[in-house]
Design a protein around this ligand. Structure first.
Ligand SMILES: [Zn+2]
Length: 437
């Protein structure tokens, strides 16, 4: 049975979906004002594996991940570049999709954009005001944090300690410094008409509303980076509990950070590597292997050396698989059969809160057995088993072995047996060129 670490309870729990055989999952997506960096890519890769695995164990999965296309950072960047916000967000939404696919992740089933839900956000905010949990001020609408009894439930923050840490700025007209903005009154940049004046919604409200609109009920899994736990996810929960009278999600999954030399990778620190730059030099699946080769809740300390190491590891996996595939094809021993015992081991590791690092050890073990296998039929079973696992992780290399290549390979073997070394060398070159030597 699948067991997951739930950030909400701080324990590993058996996973039970709300509806039998169905999983609803929401993951906070990018704010589209620039190209994604390696830190942004980590949840894109991990939650893709989560979806693949849930499907593998026969769940019907509805995976939603949003695009934040209205935000202060977008407005600033659009001004800087002297373009319209929509032009900027369209460009970077497209770049985000390109990079998601390049990293071998499937697109979410639904990818809502915040700007498509403005009317629903206004209605939602209006309801929070009517319920007494939000109030309008000249600067905007704020959520009354102090009125929610279990505020801090996810991030385990004590509400009283919280107020000590909040900075009070002079222009703040909030009742309480802890209250957060759900509508900002402003005409600076993209803005929309509302009963409280022209302005734009707060980020925490955007995700809460899109969840409400798309799922309309409590969901199974809500995910995101661990840095979103507070205040973003905490505030999503608070609004949902008040507006919908149910919890937002049963299980909260948070992916660890990706650091560079022990410092968080972030635009403001200027230590970022963009995905598009990394992919100029490395196989995307090698980076995928690096990402999932670390347990998802642990931080990754990214260095160029680490990337080089994983590129070599991935190359080794790829070469072993191709070698086995060639042997199987020459012997015409291809089978769809898998070693069910090994698949059960794989499932038990994945069921253990996605212990993918140990799955990778299992893959190396399978490759070792493949290298030793004498019987092509048995080799083929091992190959198919490994392929099944790699497909769930989204790192199965792509290659094609044509009949022509097989003929060349047989000719090379014959030339070697006949000791016709110059012909063998010539054929070897051709096979190398095709990537099969
Ligand atoms: Zn969110």
């Amino acid at each position: 049975m699948l067991k997951l670490y739930n950030s909400l309870t701080g324990t590993i729990e058996p996973f039970e979906s709300i509806q039998p055989n169905k999983v609803s999952m929401y993951v906070c997506g990018p704010t589209v004002y620039g190209d994604i960096h390696l830190g942004n890519a980590r949840p894109v890769i991990f939650f893709d594996v989560v979806k693949r695995y849930l499907k593998f164990i026969n769940y019907d999965v509805l995976f939603v991940s949003n695009i934040t296309d209205v935000d202060d950072k977008i407005i600033e960047k659009a001004k800087e570049l002297k373009v319209k916000e929509s032009e900027l967000t369209n460009t970077y939404t497209k770049h985000f999709i390109d990079m998601t696919l390049a990293l071998g992740s499937a697109m979410p089933d639904i990818m809502p954009k915040a700007t498509e839900y403005i009317l629903q956000m206004i209605e939602y905010i209006d309801d929070l005001i009517k319920k007494g949990f939000a109030y309008a001020r000249p600067s905007g609408v704020y959520f009354r944090v102090g009125k929610v009894s279990d505020y801090g439930i996810l991030s385990k923050q004590n509400i009283d300690e919280l107020s000590q840490g909040v900075r009070i700025t002079l222009d703040d007209d909030k009742e309480d410094p802890k209250d957060f903005s759900i509508w900002k009154v402003t005409t600076d940049g993209i803005s929309f008409e509302s009963p409280w004046g022209r302005g734009r919604p707060g980020w925490h409200t955007e995700c809460a509303v899109m969840n409400h609109e798309i799922f309309g009920q409590e969901i199974d899994i809500h995910g995101g980076g661990s840095d979103l736990k507070f205040p973003h996810h905490e505030n999503e929960i608070a609004q949902t509990v008040v507006h919908d009278h149910h919890h937002l999600a049963r299980v909260w999954m948070h992916v660890g950070r990706l650091d560079v030399n022990d410092v968080k990778m972030s635009k403001s620190l200027g230590n970022i590597t963009l995905v598009k730059d990394l992919l100029q030099d490395y196989d995307p699946f090698a980076f995928r292997l690096l990402t999932i080769g670390h347990h998802y809740r642990q931080p990754i300390n990214y260095t160029e050396d680490l990337m080089v190491q994983f590129a070599k590891e991935y190359d080794k996996i790829k070469r072993s698989l191709k070698k086995a595939f060639l042997t199987i094809s020459l012997a015409k021993a291809y089978t769809m059969e898998v070693d069910t015992n090994q698949i059960e081991i794989f499932k038990s590791l994945m069921d253990d809160d996605f212990n993918i690092p140990n799955v990778i050890t299992l893959i190396y073990d399978l490759l070792k057995q493949m290298n030793k296998a004498k019987d092509p039929k048995y080799l083929s079973v091992l190959y198919q088993t490994t392929k099944t696992i790699l497909e769930v992780l989204g790192i199965m290399p792509q290659y094609e072995l044509s009949d022509e290549t097989l003929i060349l390979y047989r000719a090379w073997e014959d030339a070697r047996n006949d000791k016709d070394f110059s012909r063998a060398d010539q054929l070897r070159d051709q096979l190398t060129e095709r990537g099969w030597m």
